[in-house]
Design a protein around this ligand. Structure first.
Ligand code: ADP
Length: 929
């Protein structure tokens, strides 16, 4: 038998694609061989040994009732686990895999967050070639369309879309934050798309049957699930999206989780429905977690005063998927406004909602057949809240507000009917198991009532037995009980144990008593066991039928759940906005952003916040924001982005007043701390982000740039920042806030019509010219550029040692006055004569030998940059100068490429004989101490 078990295990394991297999053996689920080792490492299970065919195998097991927490822990670590159950067949135990649990198909989750399973596909090679006009497919799909599907099997949510590029696909994946991703066959696991994803989400990547992604099969699966006519009626014509959706359905089927019934609706969306928030922006704005990965300190954490898990999930969905539809946004704002000014009614509503269970999740558990009677009672109780909530709205100052429609849009009659069915069906306090009876109230089913009558009659015969025995046989110390080993028995005290009638047969002797049975008692016992079996079977069948009836109402449960969740979100937002004194924004057409006394929604929680105004309009849509480090530039800009975003989730905003032109996207580029840790060059990342913004933003977008070009040398950086400003201003024409430390850029305001300057003020700016004055950040934003840098004060505040701070002040003075500075030697020796010359941007040997310094920028490279005086600075020899002149004068447009090549070769030979060659040799020596 033991050998058979391990063999069965190994053969089932071969048939399964899962990482691990848990196989039922009696009252345990066992893992064998490598799986046992793996599970014990992950979960600290004890490993024992099982012998089979002369070999020993590691074995680790968990009791049947404890499988769920172990499954959860394993899938959270990214494993898929197949579960094989044991059946009896002709007296033999056989085992069959009934389910495979993966991160995206864990129905048992107790986490309140959404649990999305995603699929992503690209055009197949053939169609990619047909579509592509820009050359062969590069394999990483950067500019290719992507089809995406997101299904949360625990709630029945099912969204699909098609996007144009890999970056847009990343943005969606980041929004939904799936736990598991099925990649289509065109996507290699090593391509750049997948590596970027791995850096940004924790989704585990699953390779799944290529066939499931095939267009025909996927379309069939989607049609079968949602109705063949659905695709037309909901206007879903994207083959890519359908392929992704089809793959998800096939995968869910394959795992055997059985939740198809609760997947009631396919919800296609397009990029136009929502505000575009690329992956970087979602992170930069710290919507659901901070840059450091903490929930605390995110926008959601500030807003989340919800009472229920579905409310919290919906809030997160709103925050990550802001809208552009003004009608919907105004509806939400109307609801919020009603609640914000009705504190008492709001409080009552919140108290009522507090009792709501997670109906979406319950619907899925009901559909998967894992819900027990207690869960159906939760369904009943939550459905029963609907009329209570409706009354609270109608009977308060909320009456007449569109909150009414939130409740009225669901089929209240159907909800009431289902609630009534469950109420009349289920017993008040049913047991946890569904196979032992006791689930139903009387009156639900005639046959069951009949059985219950017989059962109760038999039980009451037993209940009365002790009294009858006392009366008939004069026994005073007698009782009738039941236990697992002896069944029903009569227990008689030791003093009377020998005086029992002959009809009593002795079963057991205890210290102070003896146990007996009688024929009549044994007969009743058999009857009771028979009735219990019949009752258990009948109730189980009735329960399954009832659960199926409820599963058939999945869509209703989801609607009611959604309505209650929405009320919960409105109450939470109203609670926060009333307490924090936020105002209702006025939503207008794109082109205006007018914020009076705005604040940062998160920073104001912990800081005495200084409010600031911001006005952008068609005449002045681009602001250069300057000011000392730490003065509040980033905060000011993020605040603008967050206020816009809040308005577009339909929420009030932290400001005295706000008029907000609805934007189509928010794009940000801000200092990327963590990219450094990932070993990607910050400058490369900075430029990729800039590139994405310049490609994607439209004239209806809001762009926030914080210090572009900082990751490279000054002149490169300023040139890029300058050119980007011109491009955004001239070509894109969107609203833009651009914080920069390049003062040179502020001059752009004189040349570009729509560019203006603002700066964050510090106290006593004129007086601050005196270097030893402590500066005070006022945090107020004022017109015009800032006139100086306060970096040294910040260095001082940050605790940089005072000799360094003092010397820096001294250097700054000199640079200001003389545009040149001497390098200082250590140990009190004479200062060296090397001088940094601001005019040329290079060192010169003495303040007076300017005639020997760089001739112009292009020749500066050829100079020695040594500052220790060991080498002389030279001009250039004649040969080198001649080559440079030749380079300058060549007309590239007129010269054939072959000629250019031979000319360059000639120059190289001439330079090889010049001083430049000697320089390189000397440069190599300079590094020597
Ligand atoms: P900068 O971008 O200019 O370096 P930050 O925006 O990072 O400065 O702000 C520096 C600090 O000042 C942060 O701790 C921030 O919380 C605080 N701060 C910024 N603006 C305000 C304000 N308006 N009121 C109060 N504190 C602010």
């Amino acid at each position: 038998m033991a050998q058979g078990i391990v063999e069965q295990f190994l053969s089932l394991k071969c048939d399964s694609d899962a990482d691990l297999l848990a196989m039922q053996c009696g009252d345990f689920y066992e893992f064998f061989a490598d799986d046992a080792e793996r599970v014990s490492e992950e979960l600290d299970l004890t490993v024992s040994t099982k012998s089979s065919h002369g070999s020993s195998y590691p074995m680790a097991g968990v009791p049947l009732s404890e499988l769920t927490p172990y499954l959860k822990a394993l899938v959270e670590r990214g494993y898929s686990v197949a579960v094989a159950e044991q059946f009896e067949d002709d007296g033999e135990f056989v085992r069959k895999i009934t389910r495979t649990v993966t991160p995206g198909t864990l129905i048992e989750t107790s986490d309140s967050d959404a649990q999305y399973l995603a699929a992503v596909v690209r055009p197949t090679r053939r169609s990619a070639r047909r579509r592509s006009t820009t050359g062969p497919n590069d394999g990483d799909g950067v500019d290719e369309p992507h089809g995406l599907a997101f299904a949360d099997i625990t709630t029945g949510q099912f969204h699909v879309c098609e996007v144009d590029t890999a970056a847009a696909a990343h943005a969606e994946l980041y929004r939904f934050d799936p736990v598991e991703l099925l990649a289509g066959p065109e996507i290699r696991t090593d391509d750049a798309f997948v590596s970027t994803l791995r850096e940004r989400t924790a989704a585990s990547l699953t390779l799944f049957d290529t066939e499931a992604f095939a267009p025909g099969r996927a379309r069939h699966a989607v049609g079968e699930q949602f109705g063949a006519e659905t695709l037309d009626s909901i206007g879903l014509d994207s083959e890519l999206a359908i392929r992704a959706a089809g793959a998800i359905l096939a995968f869910v089927d394959d795992t055997g989780v059985g939740v198809r019934q609760s997947m009631t609706r396919l919800q296609p969306y397009t990029a136009d429905d929502h505000l575009t928030l690329d992956a970087t922006t979602q992170r930069n704005l710290e919507l659901v977690e901070t840059m450091y990965g903490d929930r605390e300190g995110s926008l959601v954490s500030v807003l989340d005063h919800t009472e229920t898990s579905p409310g919290s999930r919906l809030l997160r969905e709103w925050v990550t998927r802001p809208r552009r539809d003004r009608v919907e946004l105004d509806r939400r704002l109307d609801c919020l406004e009603a609640l914000a000014s009705a504190a008492l009614a709001r409080q009552r509503l919140r108290e009522t909602l507090d009792g709501a269970a997670d109906l979406e999740r319950l619907a899925s558990r009901v559909a998967s057949g894992s819900a027990g009677a207690g869960e159906l009672l939760s369904v009943r109780d939550t459905l029963a809240l609907l009329p209570a909530v409706a009354d609270e709205i109608e009977e308060s100052e909320l009456a007449g507000s569109p909150l009414h429609d939130v409740v009225d849009d669901v089929d209240r009659a159907a909800a009431a009917a289902l609630c009534e069915t469950l109420d009349s069906a289920l017993a008040a306090d049913p047991p946890k198991t569904v196979t032992q009876g006791g689930l139903f109230s009387r009156g639900y089913d005639d046959d069951l009532d009949d059985l219950i009558d017989q059962h109760e009659a038999a039980l009451s015969w037993i209940d009365g037995l002790a009294d009858r025995l006392k009366r008939e046989h004069g026994l005073s110390h007698v009782s009738v009980s039941r236990n697992k080993t002896d069944g029903y028995y009569i227990q008689v005290g030791r003093s009377q144990a020998d005086a029992v009638p002959d009809s009593f047969s002795h079963v057991k002797t205890l210290k102070n008593s003896k146990r007996f049975v009688t024929d009549a008692l044994a007969e009743r016992e058999r009857e009771i066991l028979r009735l219990e079996d019949r009752r258990g079977d009948l109730e189980y069948r009735l329960f399954e039928a009832l659960r199926e009836d409820v599963a058939a109402e999945s869509a209703l449960l989801q609607d009611v759940g959604r309505a209650l969740a929405e009320l919960d979100v409105f109450c939470a937002l109203a609670h926060h906005t009333a307490g924090a004194n936020w105002c209702r924004p006025e939503l207008v057409a794109p082109g205006t952003l007018d914020i009076e006394a705005g604040r940062h929604p998160v920073v104001e929680q912990t800081t005495e916040f200084v409010p600031n105004d911001l006005r952008l309009d068609p005449d002045r849509g681009f602001l250069l924001v300057t000011g000392p480090n730490m003065s509040g530039k980033s905060t000011y800009m993020r605040q603008a982005a967050l206020i816009t975003l809040l308005a577009q989730i339909g929420c009030f905003v932290p400001a005295r007043s706000a008029t907000i032109g609805v934007v189509d996207g928010i794009y940000t580029r801000v200092g990327a701390l963590d990219e450094l840790a990932q070993g990607r060059s910050t400058f490369m990342v900075e430029m990729q982000e800039l590139s994405n913004i310049l490609h994607s933003a439209t004239d209806e977008s809001l762009v926030i740039l914080d210090e572009v070009g900082r990751g490279t040398a000054t002149y490169d950086g300023i040139s890029i920042a300058w050119a980007a400003t011109e491009y955004i201003h001239n070509e894109i024409g969107c609203h833009c806030l651009f914080a920069t430390h390049y003062h040179e850029l502020t001059a752009l305001a004189d040349h570009l019509d729509r560019v203006g300057n603002v700066h964050v003020a510090v106290a006593g700016e004129d007086a601050a010219e005196s270097d030893d004055e402590d500066i005070t950040f006022l945090r107020t934003v004022e017109e015009g550029p800032t006139d100086r840098s306060y970096g040294i004060h910040v260095a001082d505040l940050a605790g940089v040692p005072s000799p360094v701070v003092d010397r820096a002040r001294n250097v700054l003075d000199k640079l200001r006055d003389e545009k040149a500075i001497e390098a200082k030697n250590s140990g009190g020796r004479e200062p060296t004569q090397a001088v940094f010359d601001l005019a040329s941007g290079s060192f010169r040997q003495t303040p007076t030998d300017s005639d020997q310094t760089a001739v112009d920028g292009s020749t500066a490279r050829a100079e020695s940059h040594s500052v220790n005086g060991s080498r002389s600075v030279r001009g250039l020899d004649d040969e080198t100068r001649d080559v440079l002149r030749a380079i300058q004068s060549i007309d590239l447009g007129e010269t054939p490429p072959v000629e250019v090549l031979s000319t360059v070769h000639e120059w190289q030979q001439r330079l090889a004989e010049s001083d430049l060659a000697g320089d390189e040799a000397e440069d190599a020596d300079v590094s020597e101490p």
